[in-house]
Design a protein around this ligand. Sequence first.
Ligand code: SF4
Length: 445
Amino acid sequence: MSKLLFIQPTQYAITKDGLKKGLCKQKIIHLPGLVFPLLAAMTPDNWDIEIKLEVVDNIDYDQEADLIGIGSMGYAIYRGIEIASEFIKRGKTVIMGGYMTSMAYKKVLEYVDSVIIGDAEISYPLMLKEFEKTHKLQKIYNYPINNLKKLPVPKYELLINKPISNMLPVQAGRGCTHNCSFCSIACLYKGKYLSRPIDEVMRDINRIKELGFNRFYLIDDNIVSNPKYLEDLCREIEPLKMKWATQCDINLARKPDLLEKVVRAGAYMMSFGIEGISQEGLDKLNKSWLKVKDHEKLINILSNAGILVSGEMMVGTDGDTEETIRNTYEFLNKVKLPLPRFYILTPTPGTKLFDEYKKAKRLLTEDFSEYSGSKCVFKPENITSDKLTEMYWWINKKIFTLKSILKRTIFNVNFLKHPLNYIFAFFVNLHYRKYIKKGVPANIF
Ligand code: SF4
């Protein structure tokens, strides 16, 4: 039997001084990824599969494996390359995939035998077949898909012996109808949104239930991309009486009927790209559909409906100044955003924003290993790059003070309606606070 080793690398924590501060490790994985259980389900039975999630597992570079597949989520791609290089040194065959590999595949190919670009549903089985026959791989497998039908049930069994929380992932859709210039999803899917057949999504949710989990994370880049699909899916989920989380654009709050159905179906936590409070900044990132003047109203609608709002925030748009960043802190306290997470705007290679900044000579470095999301790597318009990095740490420190945490969670007006949600948010904030105090960004956990 051949052995296939899948590795999801963790990433190095980068301190505010730009130093590597060891690998990010956790005692528990709050949301395990879906990709390896899904690929495992597409693998013929003559392969023995092992999954290593570096955030909780150690990597043994001398272990036997015929083929090694490494994922790449965001900045962890650099740790992935490091791991790949160790295995290559030992004569192993290594292939990398995932969205960061897809965006920067030329760079990755300097270190590995082969890459899969974009979706793996066609590329992966083809790659395995070729490897079984010839023990050789093409340099690049790039076979886009045009639908998400007939995906197998992910092999969740490979995850459940690991220290995971009370949630497993289920895929609903991929892609997004928006085209924000900084976004890797926009770059890969170019405004396309693909959704899985509802009966297949339900089959996977039922499998999770069978395994004893009563919560799931609906993996989707923007679940409200197709409101009718979301509505139909909620109708099927509701009778299961399960709790779930997902991510989508904040305009869900403008559709009260749909929002009600989403909450009735068990959604309790959602992540929204709120980004910032400068409309000019959003407009320049092709995100003008997001209206800063409506942020407060929409966050209130979602919170009042029973959703625990997690906000993805960034600093460093062209509308940002030292003052707007200070005002962002005031704003988040005012709207009592329970779960804020900050990044520095980063022109990820492969995105429109990267091309734009490169053309305008605004990139300070093309050493992508510096593109961690916690260091400014470009020339901002209205603040210096050093000041921007300083303000990123400033806002992180301020927003995770006990005073701010308590105000946004335990003293949130919605606390009494959904106490467990806000107690959960309180502890998540404490978790972020712990890392910020050590000088490690909270956005990586
Ligand atoms: S709405 Fe979100 S997922 Fe969609 S393109 Fe913009 S940033 Fe990307």
